[in-house]
Ligand binder design. Structure first.
Ligand SMILES: [Zn+2]
Length: 167
């Protein structure tokens, strides 16, 4: 049951707000990298503020579903006391996979913003286009390209360091 009133839908982030919100997701990604998890971070924004955070914890939790977006959406639902997140935006440092894009759809998230494409697993523009699926119950709006260079460089540096450690 909903315990927190819904925010005004016109309060969804605008393009001009994306950089600051993505900076918070990038900070989460950096923290993931420090614990040997691939550096991917996500935040949920409602009414202009970050209300929930998540970072990739697959290694830390030994959990294949512990992606940044899933953990951020769960955190947001706990904070709001409801599963419907139709007044929230999700920011993530790389294109969501099918699981995470699906989670945004079932949570009724109206806006997803991500840094750059993930060519092997991305489910918004790369491998699948779930948010533009005409038969879908709910189609989040989406934007790509915010802090893309920074997010991609973080991933490159992480994998380069891991290769060096394995040599
Ligand atoms: Zn995912």
């Amino acid at each position: 049951m909903s315990t927190t009133p819904y925010a005004d839908p016109t309060a969804l982030p605008r393009v001009a707000d994306d950089d600051a919100h993505m900076a918070a997701a990038v900070a989460e990604a950096r923290a993931a990298g420090e614990s040997d998890d691939v550096p991917i971070g996500a935040v949920v924004v409602r009414d202009g503020s970050v209300i929930a955070r998540g970072r990739n914890r697959r290694e830390a939790d030994r959990d294949p579903t512990a992606h940044a977006e899933i953990l951020a959406l769960r955190d947001a639902s706990r904070a709001l006391g409801r599963w419907r997140l139709e007044d929230c935006a999700l920011y993530v440092t790389i294109e969501p996979c099918a699981m995470c894009a699906g989670a945004a759809i079932v949570a009724r998230v109206p806006l997803v913003v991500f840094a750059g494409p993930e060519e092997k697993t991305g489910a918004v523009v790369s491998v699948l286009t779930l948010f533009d699926e005409p038969r879908a119950l709910h189609r989040p709006a989406w934007r790509m390209g915010v802090r893309r260079d920074e997010s991609e460089e973080m991933l490159r540096a992480f994998f380069a360091a891991r290769r060096r450690a394995q040599e």
